[in-house]
Design a protein around this ligand. Sequence first.
Ligand code: R2B
Ligand code: URA
Length: 307
Amino acid sequence: MAPILLENKEYIKQHVQVKNPYLDAMEEDILYHFNLSTKTHNLPEMFGDVKFVCVGGSANRMKAFAHFIHQELKLPGNPEELRDICEGMDRYCMYKVGPVLSISHGMGVPSISIMLHELIKLLHHAQCNDVILFRLGTSGGVGLAPGTVVITDKAVDYSFRAQFEQVVLGKVITRSTELDEGVAKELLQCSSEFQNFPTVIGNTMCTHDFYEGQGRLDGALCSFSNEEKLEYLRKAYDAGVRNIEMESTVFAAMCRVCGLRGAVVCVALLNRFEGDQITSSHDVLVEYQQRPQVLVSHFIKKHLGLL
Ligand code: R2B
Ligand code: URA
């Protein structure tokens, strides 16, 4: 959701909203998986200036991103001394680098959704405003060369619908997964400014499994043929799907409900029409995984007036 432009050209700051009437009445809120609490930590002082939150699956990758963005923003101090704010709790890592938070979320919808509940509450308690969230990830490409970066247009489910289903009190609740169009377009514009690697906008399919759920023939279980797999991938391609990963729908749904602008930027590690196994060398994969980081860092630097 973009900031609202008034007639006198003033912006109304968009506070991070929680959609829970019980929260404000709680005396203390313990963000258990972050090892933080509203009683033991001064969240506005620690996090009040956060403007960009970058999340990604792996703790090592998000630590590397913290070091990288520290260097890119030319901040004072030694990046080696950046401290994991969640240390002592080994579920997620969190680094704060100036106005940027870098957090890991693990693999899959349940893992990222727990992290997002606590992150959104943290941003709310810290009275942050105008925050943009990015998921920087890896994915399987659908008809794309390995190394291509996909900026998500719509996050879609296994039936290519732009929705996320959550079971609440035994009933299915459906939420929309449309992402912020403006941020996606700006990211594409950023990619055209340095053209170091191919970047496209497309739909991203989110699944609940890496193997059977993504139509792989190389899991411990497989109950379909190569032809059936290719037919499904072709249908996905025709529905605009350009990559497959495991977190985008809940990320998009939670950002949307809470009034946060969100974007998903994932590199394709392989072309799923050509295989299932990830065969590129370690060094090539490390370089691929830096691509979403480079793109988002460019976006952040532009927003901070550093370019
Ligand atoms: C991309 O990569 C992980 C699986 O290897 C998963 O977290 C995802 O979305
Ligand atoms: N991550 C996924 O979820 N799928 C892939 O094929 C590659 C990375």
